[in-house]
Design a protein around this ligand. Sequence first.
Ligand SMILES: Cc1ncc(C[n+]2csc(CCOP(=O)(O)OP(=O)(O)O)c2C)c(N)n1
Ligand code: SF4
Ligand SMILES: [Mg+2]
Length: 347
Amino acid sequence: MATTTAIPPRKVNRIGLEPAAYKGNKSTLCAGCGHNAISERIIEAFYEMGVEPHRVAKLSGIGCSSKTPAYFLRSTHGFNAVHGRMPSVATGTLLANRTMIAIGVSGDGDTASIGIGQFVHLMRRNLPLIYIIEDNGCYGLTKGQFSATADLGSTLKNGVVNDLPPIDTCALAIELGATYVARSFSGDKKQLLALLEGAIGHRGTAMLDVISPCVTFNDHEGSTKSYSYVKDHEEPLGDISFVPYFEDINVDYDPGTTTEVTLHDGSHLLLKKLAREYDPTNKVEALRALTESHDQGEVVTGLFYIKTGQPNFLDLLNVVDEPLATLPEARVRPPKRVLDEVMESLK
Ligand SMILES: Cc1ncc(C[n+]2csc(CCOP(=O)(O)OP(=O)(O)O)c2C)c(N)n1
Ligand code: SF4
Ligand SMILES: [Mg+2]
């Protein structure tokens, strides 16, 4: 008698795509590098949100971290820019086509050393960009020198001590005006996924500093960006859950212990408090939490600050809704009368 084998149902997201549609090329990074885990969460976040891959633009600078856009979302648009210059390329991309969902991946060297000038100006513009720093406290690609996020007193593998204080990119981003600022750990799957999904639903600058250990150059005793240090010192601000706009909130929660934030696209973030009271809409509280955690040697993680409803850079510039390349000549060429007026004004 012939037997039939049941074919398991295909796993697809809300737009009918399988997880494979969100993958990229095989990673060429070291096995165990934190950056690989972040790429996996990015794949998961875009799959879960049901984003059409062709609507995504991936931007990066230079570094092991900046190579990672090749390892996720194969069929999106991408631009691997110059070291520290991803913000200008991201700005140009979104000015040319504001319908894109832009994700920029940078490193702590790419952002806090050579790219710090571009970073600070990006943070004050509220460009609708998901900006991820894959933060390992060193220049992984060029063999592990300290970066500007390395903690004071931490050591290189050969024992050299870092005698400069770190730049806290989250504190800087909050101070300068970024409207969604978080820190996470490449090993904290649940928290990182929720923060990435929240970042996709936000329409302003979403800056995520993700501690991402470099197993080859900065995972030893004496490093504060190693797996064991972060596992032992991570202090999450709260427990984060994400409910996308296309699902009903049917989670039971106590408003006394949980803060609900509604994002631009109608999705929700539920922030359940753990040890401490925390209001993520209070800038001063966010900066205090960061300062205190540094003083206590803790790695505080979670959503530090969010501000919804703030006009973004494209709104401020009155950028048209359509991609510029699709505008007909009649809308881009000034009429003769306007050109005559310009010529007249130059006389
Ligand atoms: C203009 C310029 N200066 C210096 C370099 C050399 N360089 C390449 S990657 C890098 C640092 C990378 O560190 P980071 O951004 O933290 O990325 P990681 O490799 O740690 O992920 C440097 C200094 C370069 N490629 N271009
Ligand atoms: S050198 Fe470090 S940062 Fe670069 S791929 Fe290897 S583990 Fe990752
Ligand atoms: Mg680095």
